[in-house]
Design a protein around this ligand. Sequence first.
Ligand SMILES: Cc1cc2nc3c(=O)[nH]c(=O)nc-3n(C[C@H](O)[C@H](O)[C@H](O)COP(=O)(O)O)c2cc1C
Length: 207
Amino acid sequence: MFYRTDVNDHGLPHDPFKACVVPRPIGWISTMSPAGVHNLAPYSFFNGVATAPPMVMFASNGRQPHGAKDSLANVEETGEFVANLATWDLREAMNRSSAPLGPDVDEFAFAGLEALPAKLVRPARVAGAPVHLECVHHQTVDLPSNEPDGRNAIVIGQVVGVHIEDGLISDGILDLSRVQPLARLGYFDYTVVNEMFSISRPRSPKS
Ligand SMILES: Cc1cc2nc3c(=O)[nH]c(=O)nc-3n(C[C@H](O)[C@H](O)[C@H](O)COP(=O)(O)O)c2cc1C
């Protein structure tokens, strides 16, 4: 099949686009409002985009009934966020934290999660998440939006501090087989990393 995205003439009950870009890692983004309220939400338009210095991005699409999404508003107002790694064990709390709540609601408490202090930024870390990336806002890139009141904003942050659960490092390597990170597929589907394989990079051919 082929469809044009300007008219979405796919004839399917649901837009298949997000099922065509898979799997997407989940950035479980914690921020703090200017009033000091903890905010937490999952973003699957998330990725690492550079290593030296390390940078990550998440994309906030659309809006909440009360206005801009709180994660975007808080980062733009306070300049800081933490990207927490969502895992199989935390899947229900991760999903619960996606509820469209107002900026005055502590979403750690709402999701039944303990908030751990970060070292270099004010937003909290999710207790139980095995990796936390403390980030400082670098830039927001606003993309076109089909929603008149919505934004498609890519938030780029520089990672200034990394927490890794000590027990998950084996022989100097972060043992992802024990981390079980979640990733997003299309619709309401997810996958979990529980199978891995390695392939060595090719070397440049001798001339
Ligand atoms: C697994 C998952 C991934 C999500 N990914 C995104 C995303 O990439 N961009 C987005 O705007 N919303 C995404 N959402 C929806 C937000 O989490 C939701 O709008 C949330 O209420 C935003 O909270 P905030 O206003 O506190 O930022 C996702 C939801 C789930 C459950």
